[in-house]
Design a protein around this ligand. Structure first.
Ligand code: NAP
Length: 295
């Protein structure tokens, strides 16, 4: 496996005191802005727990610069990249090869350098499905699902829920044209709906920035009316800053099981680690790294 030769440590606490060297395998995250990204923390926690000599750093890459950045990263021998806003679509276009899900979404959040070629993957949707399985132990098979939003995150979630066996995926979005595109990713079980459909759904996902702190414009309001939710339902908010959005708190007050966006963040990163290293990701350590951190 590339990059694991050299200093191997069985104790992750020992590895943390080892400085990166000329033989360290480098991965990173590209985006703009990037300083707030938790990806390096998640990746480095995993590398420490796995006892491998890898390091992850943030690379600030301005919009329109993805192509030159990826050429440079390839020349520098960067092993893999996590890709975030605003480069997910550009990365899908630049990658020499894309996985089926990345091609379907037209978006890439993970680049893997294999034999000098970038392989593009999308782990966001699978990350959410894995997070639901981790806690609260929800399997989408046979569930009626509603996704609010039709952006990159929503589209990944719609496709993943359909692929995981959901009975129905309803998309609700401010802009109808984008709702149509997102719903089509679920194939015959996808349709565009309204917030009222939440009453009949088992799983309701907010995939908009509504309720997110420190965002330009401070989007407010409810993704769906919380009074439509109850004890037999699961409410998921992809937002994790704050850890409990007003909507998630209101859904909990209605008796719904609630899940915030931290799990998706952790599990999409875990899937990236597995793709790059071929090793099982230390998910519990990764969870602990972000759960202990003030958001
Ligand atoms: P995006 O591509 O910009 O899409 C945003 C979506 O939200 C669009 O459908 C937009 O509707 C809708 N929207 C935005 N503001 C709204 C408002 N005030 N009222 C109603 N709808 C509004 O963003 P994204 O990348 O999909 O991300 C969406 C959210 O998911 C963000 O909060 C992001 O932080 C979160 N996220 C979390 C994770 C995780 O790992 N937990 C991963 C990715 C994203 P229009 O189509 O009408 O513009």
């Amino acid at each position: 496996m590339p990059g694991t030769a050299g200093r191997m440590k069985s104790d992750r606490h020992d590895l943390r005191s080892v400085q990166p060297s000329a033989s360290t395998t480098v991965v990173g995250v590209i985006g703009h802005p990037i300083a707030h990204s938790l990806s390096p923390l998640l990746h480095n926690t995993a590398f420490g727990a796995l006892g491998i000599d890898w390091v992850s750093v943030g690379f600030p890459v301005a919009e329109g610069q993805a192509e030159v950045a990826l050429a440079g990263a390839r020349a520098l021998g960067v092993r893999g990249l996590s890709v975030t806003m605003p480069h997910k679509e550009a990365a899908a276009a630049i990658a020499e090869e894309t996985t089926a899900i990345a091609a379907r979404l037209g978006a890439v959040n993970c680049l893997d350098s294999v034999d000098g070629r970038w392989i593009g993957d999308s782990t966001d949707g699978a990350g959410l499905v894995a997070a639901l399985a981790h806690a609260p132990g929800v399997d989408p098979v046979g569930l009626r699902c509603l996704v609010v939003g039709a952006g990159g995150a929503a589209r990944a979630v719609v496709a993943a829920l359909a692929d995981a066996g959901a009975a129905e995926v309803v998309v609700v979005n401010r802009t109808q044209r984008r709702a149509d595109v997102a719903a089509s990713l679920a194939g015959p079980i996808g349709r565009v709906g309204t917030g009222e459909d939440a009453r009949e759904c088992d799983l309701v996902v907010n995939a908009t920035p509504m309720g997110m702190a420190d965002v330009e414009g401070h989007p407010e309001g409810w993704p769906v009316d919380p009074s439509l939710l109850g004890p037999d339902q699961v409410a998921v908010d992809l937002v994790y800053h704050p850890a409990t959005t007003p909507w998630l708190a209101a859904a909990a007050d209605q008796g719904a099981t609630t899940v915030n966006g931290l799990g998706m963040l952790v599990h999409q990163a875990a899937l990236q680690i597995e793709r790059w290293t071929g090793m099982a990701a230390p998910v519990e350590d990764m969870w602990a790294a972000v759960a202990d951190r003030p958001l």
